[in-house]
Design a protein around this ligand. Sequence first.
Ligand code: AMP
Length: 187
Amino acid sequence: MKNIVIFGAPGAGKGTQSDCIVEHFGLTHVSTGDLLRKEIADQTELGKRIKSIMDAGQLVSDDIVVEMIDKAIANDTKGMLFDGFPRTVAQAETLDKLLAKHGRELTCMVQLEVPKDELMHRLLERAKIQGRADDNEATINNRLQEYNNKTKPVADYYAKQGKQVVIDGLGKIEDISKRILDQLEKR
Ligand code: AMP
């Protein structure tokens, strides 16, 4: 059973490539961003608490996302693709523990590499199409800063475990998918 993390800066293509990985290996897709946006759309207590944090492009607290991931693992039987999680080294350590608790192990982490100019371009384009509240220039800058400060060290965490698979995230969507699937078939 495969348990995979898809990793990269905002705009690197995690969501797009997740669809193809999930379909190919029959995995359960867990996107913490999607789960959090649903809480806001449903106007739950949690949604009200996190809205201003997400609108500002900051990370919500580890406890909130860890609880969501714990539940998702407990409910899954197929193997999982984690999208947007872990975003801090503390979350990565917790993920290892949660998987072990359920008798599982992380297969690997797929890291999509895209230069900063291209990330900004893609996020501004997405803003026009999807109208996500956090896809505007000021918030995008904050999200990229959060990524550089808190999330990038997660790559080293997996590199040290020999679980980091770096993929060139530039080019046609199908070509990037093929690069990813070729690597994942070997794991
Ligand atoms: P995403 O859809 O993955 O780009 O996430 C959108 C926003 O949700 C982020 O800017 C954060 O505010 C929040 N978020 C998503 N995943 C996490 C996480 N693992 N830890 C903390 N905040 C998160």
